[in-house]
Write a protein that binds this ligand. Sequence first.
Ligand SMILES: Cc1cc2nc3c(=O)[nH]c(=O)nc-3n(C[C@H](O)[C@H](O)[C@H](O)COP(=O)(O)OP(=O)(O)OC[C@H]3O[C@@H](n4cnc5c(N)ncnc54)[C@H](O)[C@@H]3O)c2cc1C
Length: 460
Amino acid sequence: MIYMERRVKKLFISIVGDSRASDQPEDLAVYGMDPHLEEKRPDLVLFPISTDEVSRILRLAFQEKIPVTPRGSGTNLAGEVVPIRGGIVMSLTKMNRILDLDIKNSLVRVEPGVLNYDLQMAVEEHGLMYPPDPSSWKIATMGGTVATNAGGPRTLKYGVTRDYLLGLTVILANGNVLKTGGSTLKNVTGYDLTRLFCGSEGTLGVMTEITARLVPKPEHRNTLVADFVSLADSSQAVIAIKKAGIVPAALELMDNAVIKLVETHAKLGLSTDVAAMLLVEVDGCREAVSAEIDRIESILKEHHVVRLNRSKSLEEAESLWTARRSAFSAMARQRPNVLIEDVTVPVSQLTTMIQKVGVIAQDTKVEIGIVAHAGDGNLHPFIMFDHENKGEVSRVEKAIDRIFREALSLGGTLSGENGIGLAKKKFLSLELDEVALKVTRDLKKALDPDNILNPGKFAE
Ligand SMILES: Cc1cc2nc3c(=O)[nH]c(=O)nc-3n(C[C@H](O)[C@H](O)[C@H](O)COP(=O)(O)OP(=O)(O)OC[C@H]3O[C@@H](n4cnc5c(N)ncnc54)[C@H](O)[C@@H]3O)c2cc1C
């Protein structure tokens, strides 16, 4: 780890001023961790408020070879903001202005600290929608969601964050200000640098402005919840819905372990004797929604659904979402620690993957519940354990290792949306071959030759 001299610390603090810098032990402790289990205190936390300040911080860091870890709200699930080599944590949360909401062109330009929720609310007032909706939307920043290419329940119909990006302002490791893309819907001038930075987890540059496109807010939506006694039937129903040419806005699955925990902790009146619960949402114009939801109901019946609950109002639709939204807190209450994994498999392999996770849970004696964005094959095994119990931690590690290997053997990926960070770094070579790893490292070296940007993570 690089020790930061007092002289250098003072130079950094002089860029933002005393009130937006801290080396107090309590701040260093908080900014040295995220939901991942590893932690490491930085030397200094800085809160810049402009592109110019971010640029000056990086210019100095480049000169002094000081590590800089960009940070939004710290909600990522892969240890992406743990400043493993010390140095500076650069919090972008004070850069939180919506700079331009261009209603005529359905565009928005924001600073990175704007919360996904705040953006959603601001654009909805004008009949528009920003589709990427991670379940952490109320607290995740736009910078964090772009740097992780976040998805969410609406991904099935609307795609992920990268599908909405038009342009970025990015500060490179040497402090240079790079503008990528622009504000037109079509742009093929040069390499697609915008998408290179999207998902780069703070390892290639720091984003200070994001321009994104918006879509019209759907006129209507309808939600239904369906219970199945057979997991295979629920997965077959998912495939059949997609095959019928219907693209629901969301197609979520909870397994029996999660249903039971949600019912224990939230008391919503769920049936705990079923193997899986599907939550399906359709949006669009009123007539199309009504026709599609009818068609989905008959597909679910053909696949032996045992209970159906269809919303009759927007309020009812919201209440049907409560079970899905309660899943994380229910599992967090069950045991001292919860790890949320995020493997993705081809949709046709969903049942197999869920069954394999069940076998792994039994073999390793680890408590695992599954929530899935079933429509796109993205599974979140929630692993519940006690970090203080070393024996259990070692069984959890074995379970995770097996989950990743099974997902890859089924043609899947290590991560559908949560990223690699520290947590999955050691598994990267299971998915990327030598050539892909070399190109990744060469890109990192070209843009950050001294490895000061979020070092110790997947890109080195
Ligand atoms: C309960 C829960 C549910 C979640 N659900 C989802 C989900 O449905 N879908 C999903 O995709 N994720 C989900 N996540 C993960 C997480 O919320 C997302 O990854 C989110 O995008 C992170 O935003 P953040 O502001 O917290 O970023 P942080 O965690 O602070 O940072 C994430 C990464 O972005 C980098 N970064 C942050 N800001 C910048 C910037 N301005 N420039 C460059 N790099 C930057 C950081 O260095 C880091 O690598 C969930 C997390 C929780 C706790």
